[in-house]
Ligand binder design. Structure first.
Ligand SMILES: Cc1ncc(C[n+]2csc(CCOP(=O)(O)OP(=O)(O)O)c2C)c(N)n1
Ligand code: SF4
Length: 343
């Protein structure tokens, strides 16, 4: 019998997979799906405790290719955030994992994107960013750089939207950027995002090998490999595992304690960076734009701000969609109070 490795909830990696992908071979979205599978397996997540959410696009199709035992809702183009908000109220005990594209998020869905960040809904929101609408054959999206020339589209004349800059401006509490070609960093950021009590935006440059992968394009594998500049060495340490001081020498690391007791250890590379400083985050984003580098890692985190479920004081471990009518129905006193407020 083959030696199958089981995690702490008794599942093998296969239990976290989905259907066979139908995306193009080499599409960045496939690499991200693989890292979602690995992160969920390594975090010992029970797949039935997860809801996958997406909009429309090649990226938004990808939840079919991981966690096939989880709940899922493939919503309308650009409308995933409002569906996700409703689903979270229905059952806030689930872990929400959303996948969207740059078109789905920053074109048709920009308004919804902004509001889910303000509300700090506890979910991981991955933007699989390739600068084009892959599914509809490669039109420029709002994240395509000005001057980009594509074979069938001509030249893009518009200034690009920067996902992490938009996230900072809208008060997101976990803002990260990565590159589909950097599997370890993608996995560590997804794990940290799943441990965050609030909205975790992970903007991942995810090349579209069919429509936007020339080496001079800001969303290609070639450009990403040449220009990636990680802010730090990013390590995720689960709650169950002790931090070894020898492994992470003091003075060169910064630790951030997450809501669920896990820790992230950010080991200094060539700059001393504090991801809990909003001002520092805004500055590095601006600098990386000017210097034309692909700055990756955890750019900003705020572990203090209440999440949507905290704001509404939803009951610990009890989902609204499993409560009885008697539990949900307001009492006579409350109805009288509500009536008095209205008339
Ligand atoms: C309301 C609406 N308008 C337009 C479309 C057509 N459409 C489908 S996917 C898509 C863009 C997808 O781009 P992106 O989100 O970047 O995902 P990718 O395919 O690149 O992963 C568009 C415009 C649609 N499905 N619904
Ligand atoms: S068209 Fe582009 S985005 Fe869509 S599956 Fe192919 S490579 Fe990926």
């Amino acid at each position: 019998m083959p030696n199958i490795q089981l995690n702490l909830v008794g599942l093998s990696k296969n239990d976290y997979r989905g259907a066979q992908t139908t995306l193009c071979a080499g599409c960045g979205h496939n690499s991200i799906s693989n890292q979602i599978i690995a992160a969920a397996y390594e975090l010992n997540i029970v797949p039935e405790d997860v809801i996958k959410l997406s909009g429309i696009g090649c990226s938004s199709k990808s939840p079919a290719y991981f966690l096939n035992r989880s709940f899922g809702f493939n919503s309308l183009h650009g409308r995933m955030p409002s569906v996700a908000t409703g689903a979270m109220f229905g059952d806030h005990t689930l872990r929400a994992l959303a996948v969207s594209g740059d078109g789905d998020t920053t074109n048709i869905g920009m308004g919804q994107f902004k509001h889910i960040m303000r509300r700090n809904a506890p979910m991981v929101y991955i933007v699989e960013n390739n600068g084009v609408y892959g599914l509809t054959k490669g039109q420029f999206s709002a994240t395509a750089e000005m001057g980009l020339r594509l074979k069938y589209q001509g030249v893009n004349h518009y200034f690009p939207v920067d996902v992490v800059q938009e996230a900072m401006a809208s008060g997101a509490t976990f803002v990260a950027r990565s590159f589909a070609g950097d599997a370890n960093q993608v996995k560590a950021l997804i794990k940290a995002g799943l441990s965050h009590n609030g909205l975790a935006i992970i903007d991942i440059i995810s090349p579209c090998v069919t429509f936007n992968n020339n080496d001079d394009s800001r969303h290609s594998y070639g450009w990403g490999r040449e220009h990636q500049e990680p802010l730090h060495d990013f390590t995720y340490v689960p709650r169950e595992q002790e931090i070894q001081l020898g492994e992470f020498p003091e003075g060169t690391t910064r630790q951030v304690e997450m809501h669920d007791g896990s820790t992230i250890v950010l080991k200094k590379l060539d700059r001393d960076y504090d991801p809990t400083s909003r001002a520092a985050a805004m500055r590095v984003i601006e600098e990386s734009q000017n210097e034309e580098v692909l700055l990756t890692g955890l750019i900003y985190v705020d572990t203090e701000r209440p999440s949507l479920t905290d704001i509404y004081e939803l009951p610990q471990g009890r989902a609204l969609n499993r409560m009885t009518d008697a539990e949900l129905r307001p009492g006579k006193d409350m109805i009288e109070k509500a009536n008095a407020m209205m008339f």
